[in-house]
Design a protein around this ligand. Structure first.
Ligand code: HEC
Length: 143
């Protein structure tokens, strides 16, 4: 789904992401894992904006914590081998689930490291690691 979303929808997504733990209980596993990824994407966006603007320790801490919690949920969210027309998940996820899980662990580790950032410079470095962890998985397991 690479559609451009109207700003109001993006804002809603960020607001909804606060309650993302509920996504796991969503009836449809494909929608639930997309919601989880949207939550992850929203946190990366928040951190990227802060890295370029005024440093806000409380906002960084909140986004990093949400990102780490979401990263911990990736393996469970993708456990069910299901797809739909919208999904960008590759079959390789379920053919090589331990490899996929290892990529999720990469994001868990990167977001754990990001808990120690103290300023825009260290946040920038942590963002590089986080972005690398997203890419390491997407380039192998996402269309
Ligand atoms: C362990 C693998 C993995 C990691 C790590 C990962 N992703 Fe994903 N992501 C996926 C897969 C697989 C999909 C496609 C899911 C689908 O469409 O069913 C996806 C989809 C997405 C989507 C589209 C969601 C939608 O359907 O609208 C966004 C946005 C996204 N990821 C952002 C990120 C960001 C940002 C990071 C890093 C901070 C990240 N992801 C880390 C596997 C991963």
């Amino acid at each position: 789904m690479k559609k451009k979303l109207p700003l109001a929808v993006i804002a809603l997504g960020i607001a909804a992401s606060v309650g993302f733990a509920n996504a796991a209980s969503h009836a449809d596993p494909v929608t639930a894992r997309m919601e989880l990824m949207k939550t992850i994407g929203a946190q990366a966006k928040i951190l990227g904006t802060i890295a370029k603007g005024e440093y806000d320790a409380a906002a960084v801490s909140a986004a990093v914590t949400t990102l780490h919690d979401a990263a911990l949920q990736i393996p469970t969210a993708f456990e069910t081998n299901a797809t739909n027309a919208e999904s960008e998940a590759l079959p390789k996820i379920w053919e090589d689930f331990s490899g996929f899980t290892a990529k999720a662990e990469g994001l868990q580790a990167a977001s754990m490291t990001a808990m120690n950032v103290t300023d825009a410079a260290s946040l920038g470095a942590a963002m590089g690691e986080i972005g690398g962890a997203c890419k390491a998985c997407h380039s192998n397991y996402r269309k």
